[in-house]
Design a protein around this ligand. Sequence first.
Ligand SMILES: [Zn+2]
Length: 435
Amino acid sequence: MKYFAGEQKLKLHAKQRFFRNVEPVCENVYFFTGFGGSNMIALIGDDSCVLIDALNGKEVAQAALTELRKLTDKPVSTIIYTHHSHFDHTSGAGVFADADTEIIGHSYKTAVYGYSELLGDINRKRGMRQFGSSLTEEESICVGIGIWNNPYSTRAILPPNRLISEDHTTIHRAGYEIHLIAAPGETDDQMFVWIPQLQILCCGDNYYESWPNLYAIRGSQYRDISSWIVSLEKMLEYPAEILLPGHTGIIRGNSKIHETLSNYHDAIQYILTETLKGINQGMTADQLAETISLPEPFSSLPYLQEYYGTVKGTIRAIFTGYLGWFDGNPTHLDRLPARDYSRNLIRMMGGEEAVLEEISQSLRKEQYQWTAELCDILLDSGSDSSFTKEMKANALVGLGRLQTSANSRHYYLTCAKELLQEAGISSEGLLERSW
Ligand SMILES: [Zn+2]
């Protein structure tokens, strides 16, 4: 099989990092990893247990509950969601909770856009592409920050029955003093959990071992990166000895935690400020994505590699978040319809046959992006050729295998499958299509 550096790096990362484990954190505290794509924390208290997050499906939650019952028979009195807006932290709740279980979440800092429910179909479709739900395990590899989510797992989501809105709330449950601190970042309803007597900080998805998903390619409201930076600053104020993230592994020791969170903070801040400076000089999102990159020492740090989010995706998101879609070039204020544009282009290129010839040649030269763009010119022109769809699918497989980011890989490979299906071609042996 041909060697793709991105694919190999992601495979190695998955092999070294993601496996099922119930890790004792300290006395009576356990960190459940590798049960689905996200983590769960169990605090065994004097009369009951408190869970922080509840995994991403019924089946994996049942497996985790079996393990929890080997440690204690105390009931789960409280589930705290670091964020309830993402299914991968709430989908096992129904397995752990009974009718009396308190389920705590934080309200949104910014309202969800009105009428968002009208986007249900496209959100589902793009979400499935990003998470690789229709891919095999070999095609998918992992989700970048955890093991591959079994797309057929059942959801047992329970919404919070106690929604807090304060920036800082202190509760006492099962003998623990627990601080809940609002920290908008990956999501707007994010909070982190601080347990002073154990010096444990549970940071949800505002830190995990990867360049963060400052923009989700499935599409979402703009994630305010400046708020994420402030949330990291808030986390740095706590003298944590143990950091338990919503995904990926535990970090122990205050100096290690401080160094990691500081680098994470500084790297995100660097990309945000450099992008804003570039925008201010009149650069477009394409120009910014081409010229700005993460400098050393950040680019070599293992926890800032692009297994999940990407730096380029972040830069583009910042442009759109601050200035909107218009790149400033008046030619782009009201562009020619794609069909007219591509038909003109094909005529100038010498007709469809000439474009098809270029497609075959560029694919042979492994110029996958150029191949996909040429295929789009034909498809935009109204051509419904199954050959063009197959060639684009092949290019997308090549692009997918070049990625380190699981999200990007999944998106390319899923769309390749969709194109093959449209063309009536089997997607068996999908990975071999990258010539
Ligand atoms: Zn998550």
